[in-house]
Ligand binder design. Structure first.
Ligand SMILES: Cc1cc2nc3c(=O)[nH]c(=O)nc-3n(C[C@H](O)[C@H](O)[C@H](O)COP(=O)(O)OP(=O)(O)OC[C@H]3O[C@@H](n4cnc5c(N)ncnc54)[C@H](O)[C@@H]3O)c2cc1C
Length: 423
C-alpha cells in the first residue's frame, strides 16, 4: 500500500471524528483509516448507551461535551442530518446524604451556567410508582443501605442519540473529502524506524520515530499516525514502551422487558418528548434508560472494586440479578417481573487519575485515550483537538468558536480538574 500522510488506527467514533477534521483542515493530504472490523463504529462505540450530558464537575469535561452537544444539535436541527438526537434529560435521584455530598459540584455547575434544576418531591411524585420513601423495616432495604429520595437533579441539555448515525456522518463527510478507509485489517504492531544495523530497535541516538504498522494486509507507512484504538490502545503501545494512561474495564447493559414498565416510559413534565429522562438511582449509580422504540428499559451500573482491568466482554446475567435488580426494584417496583430481553458488555477506557481524556503526541504518534465512558458525547471536540495537534496549533477551535488549549489534555502540560461525575 502507498505511503500515507496520515494513518488513523481505529474507526470508532473518535477515529472517525478525527479523520473528518484532519481531512477537512488539511485538504489534499492522503489520510487512511484502518480497522479490524468490517465497518466504522463497530467496536465499543456500538456497545454504548449513547447518552450525552454536559453535567460534569470538571471544566474540561464540561467544555468538551457541551461544545460537542452543540455540534450534534446543529447537525440534527440545522443540517437536518438525523442522528436521532433527543434532549430527554438526565435525572439524578439523590438521597439526603448524597445531595449534601454533591452540593459543591452542583454549585460549581450552576456558577458555570450549566442547564440544571433541582427538583423537589412533588415534581418527582409525577413519576409512576417511584418509591421516594422506602420501607425502612424491610430487611433487604436495610441490608442494601438504601436511602430515601430527597431531591432530584435534572440536566436538561442532556439526552440520547444514535451513535451509528453519528459515525456515519463523520465517515461520509471524510470520504466525500477524499479520505480512505481500510476495514477487516488487524493491526499487529507499530513500526519504529530506523532499524539498527542488526535489524533490531533503533539505537537511542538514531532519532527513532513511529512510521507505520504491520497488519494482516501487509505493512502501511505514514508520515504521522493517529492511534484511536480506544480501550485496546495498550495492546499496541505496551510492546514499544509508551504508556497510554488508561486501562480497559468491562461495563454491561441489560435490556429489560415487562408490560408493567410501559407506564414508566412516557412521563410528561420533564422534557418536550414526554419520555422519562435517563435516571440514576441513589445507590451505586444504577441507571435506567427508556427505549421508546422497543418499549423496554436498558439498565447498567459501574462496578469498580473487584472488577479487573481486562479485555473480557462477556455479559453476566448474574451481575444484573445480584447487583442491579435488588436496587432497581426497591425504587421502581414495576421492575419486579421484568426479564432480561438482551444483554451486552463493552469496555470503558478508564483514565484512573482524573477521568478526562488524553490527546498527546510522542515520536510522531498522536494518541487518544482515557475517554472513560463518555467518548461519544465528547467526540466532536476531541476530533478537533487531534486536528489542531496535528497542525501544531496551540489552541483548537471547538464548535461555536470556543477556543481550547490543546496541551490542557496532553500528558506533559496537563491542566485539568478531577472529573468526579463519571457514571
Ligand atoms: C456499556 C457502555 C456504555 C457506554 N455508554 C456511553 C454513553 O452513554 N455515552 C458516551 O458518550 N459513551 C459511552 N460509552 C463509552 C463509549 O463507548 C466510548 O467512550 C467510545 O465509544 C470510545 O470510542 P473509541 O473510538 O475510542 O473506541 P472504539 O469504538 O472501541 O473504537 C476503537 C476501534 O479500534 C479498533 N481496533 C482496536 N485495536 C485494533 C487493532 N489491533 N487492529 C485494528 N483495529 C483495532 C476497534 O475495532 C474499534 O473499532 C459506553 C461504553 C460502554 C462499554
Amino acid at each position: 500500500m502507498k505511503a500515507q500522510d496520515v494513518i488513523i488506527l481505529g474507526a470508532g467514533i473518535i477515529g472517525m471524528s478525527s479523520a473528518y477534521y484532519l481531512q477537512k483542515n488539511n485538504p489534499g493530504k492522503k489520510i487512511l483509516v484502518v480497522d479490524r472490523e468490517p465497518g466504522a463504529g463497530q467496536g465499543n462505540t456500538a456497545k454504548a448507551a449513547a447518552m450525552f450530558r454536559n453535567t460534569f464537575s470538571s471544566r474540561t469535561s464540561q467544555v468538551l461535551s457541551d461544545t460537542s452537544i452543540n455540534f450534534y444539535s446543529h447537525l440534527q436541527n440545522e443540517v437536518n442530518y438525523d442522528i436521532h438526537l433527543k434532549k430527554t434529560g438526565y435525572l439524578w435521584l439523590l438521597g439526603r446524604r448524597q445531595f449534601r455530598e454533591y452540593s459543591s459540584i452542583i454549585r460549581r455547575m450552576m456558577e458555570r451556567e450549566i442547564e440544571i434544576r433541582i427538583l423537589k418531591k412533588d415534581e418527582l411524585n409525577k413519576i409512576p410508582k417511584l418509591n421516594l420513601e422506602l420501607n425502612k423495616n424491610h430487611e433487604e432495604t436495610k441490608y442494601l443501605g438504601l436511602e430515601n429520595i430527597h431531591k432530584g437533579l435534572l440536566g436538561s441539555k442532556c439526552g440520547e442519540l444514535d451513535q451509528s448515525e453519528l459515525v456515519r456522518f463523520y465517515r461520509e463527510e471524510f470520504e466525500k473529502l477524499g479520505g480512505e478507509t481500510l476495514f477487516n485489517t488487524k493491526i499487529h504492531r507499530l513500526i519504529i524506524t530506523p532499524k539498527n544495523e542488526f535489524g533490531g530497535p533503533p539505537f537511542v541516538w538514531q532519532n527513532p520515530k513511529i512510521t507505520g504498522v504491520t497488519t494482516n494486509n501487509g505493512e502501511i507507512y505514514g508520515n504521522r499516525i493517529v492511534l484511536a484504538t480506544g480501550a485496546y490502545t495498550h495492546e499496541l503501545l505496551d510492546p514499544i514502551g509508551i504508556d497510554n494512561h488508561s486501562k480497559p474495564k468491562k461495563r454491561q447493559l441489560f435490556q429489560l422487558e415487562c408490560s408493567d414498565l410501559e407506564e414508566l416510559l412516557f412521563v410528561k413534565n420533564f422534557n418536550e418528548h414526554g419520555i422519562l429522562p435517563f435516571t440514576i438511582l441513589p445507590k451505586s449509580e444504577v441507571y435506567i434508560k427508556p427505549d421508546e422504540t422497543t418499549k423496554r428499559f436498558w439498565t447498567g451500573c459501574a462496578d469498580d472494586l473487584g472488577r479487573p482491568f481486562s479485555l473480557d466482554v462477556t455479559p453476566e446475567k448474574s451481575f444484573y440479578e445480584f447487583n442491579i435488580r435488588p436496587i432497581i426494584t426497591k425504587y421502581f417496583p414495576q421492575f419486579e417481573n421484568a426479564r432480561i430481553a438482551n444483554k451486552l458488555a463493552g469496555l470503558y477506557a478508564c483514565n484512573t487519575i482524573d477521568g478526562n481524556p488524553y490527546v498527546f503526541e510522542e515520536y510522531g504518534l498522536i494518541v487518544i485515550s482515557g475517554c472513560s465512558g463518555s467518548g461519544i458525547m465528547k467526540a466532536d471536540a476531541i476530533g478537533r483537538i487531534v486536528d489542531a495537534l496535528y497542525r501544531k496549533k496551540e489552541e483548537a477551535e471547538l464548535y461555536g468558536s470556543v477556543m481550547f488549549r490543546v496541551s490542557d489534555i496532553s500528558t506533559e502540560k496537563r491542566n485539568v480538574e478531577n472529573e468526579e461525575f463519571v457514571i
